[in-house]
Write a protein that binds this ligand. Structure first.
Ligand SMILES: [Mg+2]
Length: 253
């Protein structure tokens, strides 16, 4: 449990694509360097309808991207944008010993490069848990045409089961266990979120519907300014996860 090293009172777990970034970097790769949006959407629907695993759909999309890996990273670094308030959250979290743990279905080298490009320096209060990349069979280098392939984090149908990383923290005994918060926008965030004390779900996205259906405590966010102010209030003891979720439920009713 790397995030326990500094004995924090709050740990912030978060999705990356579409949560920390405004748009999804993997969608951008598929839509612009791979087979395009129409086919991607078909596969997204197949996953939502339970006809295909996320893992298989993602592998299929990435197989269509033949661009060398370093070129993919360069393209993404020049097009992806950080949520306008994430940097502010990052500096507050660093100052107040709130470790940030990114749990992503994307690839670690891309996430790392994007954070460095968008923050302007090496992120030192962030742990990234994501999929990896390897040289594709029969190729010599990830930076050649068709040269790279994804290495999934685990054997799950998500490719990366985000709950695996959180579970040991969630299982800590009372008194030792920090407040666990989570921010996300997609269905793959649901298993992870169910183990934390409060989920920040991005307004207008699939995750919100799932939370309501599964009765998972959540609150809505549009950008990280909401996340920052609520997290500060929880950190200062002005409110608690249960009260925040209850207030959201009241709004919904
Ligand atoms: Mg996402």
């Amino acid at each position: 449990m790397p995030a326990m090293q500094t004995k924090p009172k709050v740990i912030f777990f978060t999705d990356f694509d579409g949560t920390i970034t405004v748009k999804d970097s993997n969608d951008h790769l598929t839509d612009n360097l791979g087979y395009g949006q129409a086919r991607r959407r078909e596969l997204n629907h197949a996953v939502l309808e339970g006809k295909m695993t996320f893992r298989d759909s993602f592998q299929d999309m990435l197989n269509s991207v033949r661009t060398p890996y370093d070129e993919c990273i360069r393209t993404l670094c020049s097009t992806m944008k950080l949520d306008p308030y994430f940097a502010e959250f990052y500096y507050w979290a660093k100052e107040n010993n709130v470790p940030i743990v990114i749990l992503s279905s994307g690839m670690e080298p891309i996430i790392h490069a994007l954070l460095v490009a968008m923050l302007g320096h090496e992120p030192d209060n962030i742990q990234i848990v994501a999929n990896g990349v390897k040289v594709r069979e029969g190729k010599k280098d990830i930076n050649e045409e068709g040269g790279w392939d994804i290495v999934f984090h685990d054997d799950s149908g998500f490719g990366h089961d985000k709950s695996i990383e959180i579970r040991p923290y969630a299982d800590l005994p009372e008194g030792e266990r920090p407040v666990l918060l989570y921010a996300g926008d997609g269905v793959s965030d649901l298993s992870a979120a169910s183990q934390t004390d409060l989920l920040f779900a991005k307004k207008g996205h699939d995750l919100v519907t799932f939370c309501q259906r599964e009765n998972i405590p959540y609150t809505l966010f549009e950008d990280w300014s909401t996340i920052l102010s609520t997290t500060k209030d929880i950190y200062d003891g002005k409110t608690n996860p249960k009260a925040v979720a209850a207030a959201q439920k009241e709004l919904q009713a």
